[in-house]
Design a protein. Structure first.
Ligand SMILES: [Cu+2]
Length: 396
């Protein structure tokens, strides 16, 4: 369908009229006193916003089209009178130059305003390496962005069509092809290798020995935390053993499970190597702690882990940010369902002494109800295990 046909089509015009009517209706409704409840008002505000911008875009497009028509008529009149018409090549060239300047200012504005909102101060030992990688990537891509934009719009302006110049048709040039293939390939290789080494350093940043092991299990829509008891070991998990009382499916055949603790807040001692053992029970979730430059997926059936060393306590961060309510947070960074936004846990980095005091107050995972279910858990009869797995199978 040609453009003219599209413009003349009755369907397009009706659609346009419907949009304009909707926009006008919403704008008028906005002026009326808001009598409806907050939820309804929020929804109406959203649609008013969308309709308003669609309407604004259409009005701007019409203005440009009308201006174009007026200029065309002026151009034809000039030519009919034997005068020189508008030099469209110059108009386009100047438009390109204006676009370059305005666009570059827009990019600069965006960098100065949004740039400061990017990432907070790194609060983990490996955070600096990740930040260096981000900064290097940003600087390199920024240079490429500025150079290519200047070349693109600058050439269109400097070499705009003119009576004195004839365009040169360049069908193929091997040198140019080689340059724009090899240069990006080299730059990207540097970035990828740099990223690879940084990631390797992050993964090997701490020793396995002396790690504080913490289990983080994601499910729709919360995180469950399990800390090791006095033995420093976490008992193994087995999803077949999941019951309402044993919601993580901890295997109590292993004695190291007996003293495990459950916690509501992820409390971490500062300067201590922490190993988060990440599990998921239903769909893919993702452990995301932006202050610690940490993100690792939680995949059902595939336990993952992330090791890191927190370096700034919550109290220090409160002073640094001048925010007495500051808290580190653990988010879920995968859109995992309707209440995904609920998946937040407070993370508190404290001194070793504070941590010892806190951990001594935590409740054992092996609750009274669970003890009853496991018949004191000492020697779990085979029938019990079978009954538990049957229950899970029935639930599924
Ligand atoms: Cu999630």
């Amino acid at each position: 369908m040609g453009f003219k046909h599209l413009i003349n089509s009755k369907k397009t015009l009706s659609l346009l009229a419907a949009f304009v009517l909707l926009g006008t209706n919403q704008l008028m409704a906005q002026a009326a006193p808001a009598a409806a409840d907050t939820a309804a008002a929020d929804k109406s505000a959203m649609w008013t916003g969308v309709a308003y911008y669609v309407l604004l875009f259409l009005v701007a497009s019409f203005c440009v089209a009308i201006l174009g028509k007026i200029l065309r008529v002026f151009d034809l009149t000039q030519k009919m009178q034997g005068k020189k018409g508008i030099n469209w090549s110059s108009v386009m060239g100047v438009c390109c130059a204006i676009f370059l300047v305005v666009g570059m200012y827009g990019a600069y504005w965006s960098l100065t305003v949004q740039g400061s909102m990017s990432l907070p101060e790194a609060a983990s030992a490996h955070g600096g390496a990740i930040d260096n990688m981000f900064t290097t990537t940003t600087i390199l891509t920024l240079i490429v962005f500025v150079v290519t934009q200047i070349l693109l719009f600058g050439f269109a302006f400097v070499y705009r069509g003119s009576d004195k110049r004839k365009a040169y048709f360049l069908p193929h040039n091997n040198t140019i092809e080689k340059i724009w293939t090899i240069v990006p390939a080299v730059v990207l290789t540097i970035l990828v290798v740099f990223g690879f080494f940084t990631w390797q350093k992050v993964e090997n940043s701490t020793e396995q020995k002396g790690d504080l092991n913490i289990d983080v299990t994601g499910h729709q829509f919360a995180w469950e935390l399990r800390y090791p008891g006095a033995d420093g070991k976490l008992g193994p998990l087995n999803f077949r053993l999941t019951t309402p009382a044993n919601k993580l499916g901890v295997d109590f055949k292993d004695r190291s499970s007996f003293d495990d603790l459950s916690a509501d807040t992820l409390v971490l001692p500062v300067h201590q190597s922490v190993r988060l053992n990440i599990h998921a029970q239903d769909v893919i979730h993702s452990v995301y702690m932006p202050h610690f430059r940490l993100q690792q997926n939680a995949v059902p059936g595939l336990p993952t882990f992330f090791k890191f060393v927190p370096t700034i306590t919550t109290a220090e961060m409160k002073r640094k940010t001048d925010n007495p309510n500051f808290e580190y947070l653990l988010y879920c960074n995968k859109i995992c369902g309707g209440a995904h936004y609920n998946m937040q846990k407070v993370v508190r980095v404290v001194s070793q002494a504070e941590y010892q005091e806190w951990i001594s107050k935590q409740k054992p995972y092996l609750s009274d109800q669970l003890k009853k279910e496991l018949h004191l858990a000492d020697a779990r009869p085979a029938g019990q295990v079978k009954a538990a797995s049957n229950r899970l199978a029935l639930n599924n």
